[in-house]
Design a protein around this ligand. Structure first.
Ligand code: FES
Length: 593
């Protein structure tokens, strides 16, 4: 087979590849930093690269996922997307410190003829615990070498390791929220409960697709797909732990435990468990129960006897992150009816009280995270994050980083739509009206911003003096948004009908996730994402999954509580629910101006 040279001068990479290899595959295999949000089907147009043959003068812009290598190529990858605002804050809640793993010091009385109890029972005292065969093999020597004064690293039912009595007791833990798009981590001193630092990064798996399905499909269509995706996340968390511990004068080996909350697919990919059955009906996870794994076995480079605790899952599309989020607000203990909506790349909804909890999952996230919106982008520098009408009746917006706008974030889309609905630029069916049919005085004032962009009707938010329309919402974008907001509204209505309860019965609406945090709640109600009746009853939880992971790290009681939550939450599958289609169609429109 003929081979061609592909060079990436900026990255210092040169590689010979077989003719017709996809450029996406080359980029992924070389570990270059680039994302393929739609998984490489050519839909999102986000994988643009500049390419030329070695003799050519000018570069051409092409989609890497749609380019086959048919000659020698020089490739330039445009600058990595600017730092995304990753949400680390969450609602704090005090818990009694009782970590899942801790160090216990023992000063034992050496055996005598009168007291010839076996070594292991002597170590355990009254406790009932287990230990590995390896630890038992080393136990007699270790006890005697250390004159029966030892430190044991223990869980509630297992002795994990033995250390000298005077070993420095630095016991750290890391709580992770492994999101589809971002990973947030919290380094915690387990002796004091103090949070040493918090840190975050994009999930490197995004280069295999922004959404879960693309990644799951990648694992089933590529022989080493699962290994690669697992390797990406493990490498990333190792890196994050290394950096965070080093910065504060610790070592990664001081970390004895990790708790990790993620959706079911992220959970499976983290544990190297095949997620393929999540992609097709009946969407069955491999394991629902909380899994406790040896960190070393997964390639996580912390203390050699360190453990990874994951949260239990509820169903294929409602995972441990939802359990962790429910734990953070303790909705399972509340006598009042509460609603939790977590909008990430997918949307999860939980409704209930201490008696009963119902959950469902909705395909809502991509539009809110900007993936299916023509000028959409994540909440990063250059993204329009809010829009409003000024006192003098002009349309205005704010941009993250106060720079020239480059795109629009989910919270910006909600605001722009709420404003356009209020000033009659968009009608209740979601149609962008022609300028001459707008009656509202402010609507008339901004009607010159309604124009065709690339053959599509759009509302132009920012126009560059030379380059023309730069940030706009097309009619198709409005339709995408309607699908997403209807999915959330319909999910809430179906859970209420199943409970059964009325929306007015809900005392608190907890909103979790970054998108929810930056969202103007009034506008979210205006566009029909959240029930209008709940305006004034909303509470932002911030990164609720991260908070849940931290609580479990600090307290084994909280971790046990998460298991109870997962057993209590009943899952409702919306795709097969008899009322879903009708409810969904009813929720597509907007409330009239
Ligand atoms: S268009 Fe190439 S990854 Fe989406």
């Amino acid at each position: 087979m003929k081979k061609f040279m592909v060079s990436f001068p900026a990255e210092g990479v040169e590689i010979l590849v077989e003719k017709n290899t996809s450029l996406q595959q080359v980029i992924i295999e070389q570990g270059l930093d680039m994302e393929f949000p739609c998984g490489g089907v050519g839909a999102c147009k986000r994988c643009q690269v500049k390419i030329k043959s070695p003799g050519e003068k000018d570069f051409r812009v092409q989609l890497a996922c749609q380019t086959k290598v048919d000659r020698n190529l020089i490739v330039e990858i445009p600058g990595r997307e600017k730092t995304t605002k990753i949400l680390l804050e969450g609602m704090e809640r005090a818990v009694k410190l009782s970590p899942l793993i801790k160090r216990v010091r023992h000063e034992l009385i050496p055996p005598t003829l009168e007291d010839n109890q076996d070594d292991f029972s002597r170590l355990l005292g009254k406790k009932k615990m287990t230990a590995s065969l390896k630890l038992l093999q080393e136990l007699p020597m270790f006890l005697r070498k250390n004159k029966f004064k030892v430190t044991a690293l223990v869980t509630k039912d297992e002795i994990l390791a033995l250390e000298p009595f005077d070993a420095v007791d630095t016991s750290l833990g890391v709580a992770f929220d492994i999101g589809t798009t971002t990973i947030a981590g919290y380094l915690i001193n387990l002796k004091t409960g103090e949070e040493i630092t918090r840190f975050s990064a994009l999930n490197p798996q995004t280069k295999y697709g922004a959404d879960l399905i693309s990644r799951i499909v990648y694992t089933s269509e590529n022989e080493d797909g699962l290994k690669r995706l697992n390797g990406e996340v493990i490498h990333q968390i190792n890196q994050m732990i290394d950096d965070a511990t080093a910065e504060y004068g610790y070592s990664a080996k001081d970390v004895v435990i990790i708790t990790a909350a993620g959706n079911t697919a992220m959970h499976h990919l983290l544990l190297n468990i095949p997620p393929r059955n999540l992609a097709g009906s009946p969407y069955v996870p491999v394991v629902k129960q909380a899994v406790i794994a040896d960190a070393k076995e997964l390639g996580i480079q912390i203390h050699p006897s360190g453990k990874l605790y994951t949260f239990p899952n509820i169903a294929g599309y409602v995972g441990g992150d939802t359990v962790a989020a429910s734990l953070s607000c303790e909705m399972h203990k509340s006598k009042d009816l509460t609603l939790l909506i977590d909008i990430g790349t997918n949307g999860e909804i939980v409704l209930g009280t201490n008696k009963k909890l119902l959950s469902c999952s909705v395909a809502a996230g991509p539009a809110f995270e900007g993936v299916e919106i023509e000028c959409g982008m994540r909440g990063a520098q250059g993204a329009i994050d809010h829009a409003f009408i000024t006192e003098d009746g002009s349309f205005a917006y704010s941009v993250i980083g106060d720079t020239q706008p480059e795109g629009i974030a989910g919270s910006g889309i909600v605001d722009v739509l709420a404003v356009l609905l209020d000033i009659g630029v968009i009608d209740k069916n979601g149609k962008i009206l022609k300028p001459d049919s707008i009656r509202h005085p402010i609507g008339k004032k901004v009607s010159h911003q309604i124009k065709e962009v690339n053959g599509k009707m759009a509302f132009v938010i920012f126009e560059h003096p030379v380059e023309g329309a730069k940030v706009y919402l097309t009619q198709k974008d409005v339709r995408e948004f309607q699908l997403a907001k209807s999915a959330i509204a319909s999910g809430v209505q179906i859970l209420l009908a199943e409970y059964p309860a009325k929306v007015e019965d809900i005392q608190t609406l907890y909103i979790a996730g970054a998108f929810g945090t930056y969202l103007n709640h009034e506008n979210a109600c205006r566009v029909g994402m959240f029930p209008e009746a709940l305006l004034g009853r909303t509470v932002n939880l911030g990164n609720a999954a991260g908070t849940g992971a931290r609580l479990a790290l600090l307290s084994n009681k909280e971790y046990e509580e998460s298991k109870k939550i997962s057993e209590k939450i009943m899952y409702i599958e919306l795709s097969s629910h008899p009322d879903f289609n009708e409810t969904f169609l009813k929720n597509l429109g907007f409330k009239a101006e």
